[in-house]
Design a protein around this ligand. Sequence first.
Ligand code: NAP
Length: 287
Amino acid sequence: MNQPMILDGRKVATSIKEELKQTVESLSKQGVTPKLATILVGDNSSSKTYVQMKANACKKIGMESERIYLDEDTTTEELLDVITQLNEDDSVHGILLQHPVPAQIDERKAFDTIKLEKDVDGVTSHGFGSTAFQLNAYPCCTPAAIMKVIDFYDINVEGKHAIVIGRSPILGKPVSMMLLNRNATVTMSHSKTENLPELIKQADLVVAAVGKPNFVKGEWLKEGAVVLDAGYNEGNIGDVEYEACERQASAITPVPGGIGPVTIATLLQNTVEAASESLEKMNKINR
Ligand code: NAP
């Protein structure tokens, strides 16, 4: 039986967080404790869990966090006011607006109200454009986590055919750009794509970002493909049919324990970097 390499996200996340702990300690000694503010609008129970997990992760490495809960019927204007206050609060280094927000809210407007230097989740249009052009901005966390797993396990993507299934602004699109910037040949696919199984069959690397449990079937894969499953569905189920894909793949991320923990570690890393940048700025002003 084929024994693929299991791409262990917990291991990748631990190595990132170990390093971060030391940086947080050093920043705190200099008077700046990195702080992440998360905003949750409405009552989505999975979102509540994600926000709680992020706060716990902050605490574990010595960071501060602030959780802001807004009612389900919050208006766009009210949300923008909260974001603006956090933009102006010097003790806050990163702002995360938990996705999805209720339908009445203009999510793009809300994302784009976050100051670029506090956009630690890489969701602003400016941040997305900068990442696409390989300019300085905090990358969107889940796509960046996928790239970190690729790097940690030394997987070569240059010249390889990668297919990304899903084109959301926080996942499919940015990860496609990141893979393209690493010289992969990228096929972006979505709900209107025809002949998806045939396209997947040609790919050396498959990124699943669909939001449908067990969507990618084992028989769709080329033998030896690398499978990165960003999906996280109810019951801890990924977007790929794990057992069947494991038989075809040369390397695969599990769910849970794959991309998820690295996403959180990336969020912490971006926030710590934002805090370091703010300290540097303060030091320059005081010089
Ligand atoms: P999303 O906004 O709902 O986007 C889903 C994408 O999948 C859309 O682009 C959609 O195409 C495409 N799609 C739907 N049905 C399809 C089909 N039959 N064939 C091909 N493509 C299809 O979801 P998302 O926010 O990107 O999240 C995707 C998954 O990643 C979810 O399971 C989510 O829980 C997970 N996620 C995990 C993390 C983490 O930390 N691990 C973070 C974020 C998200 P259209 O554009 O045509 O509608």
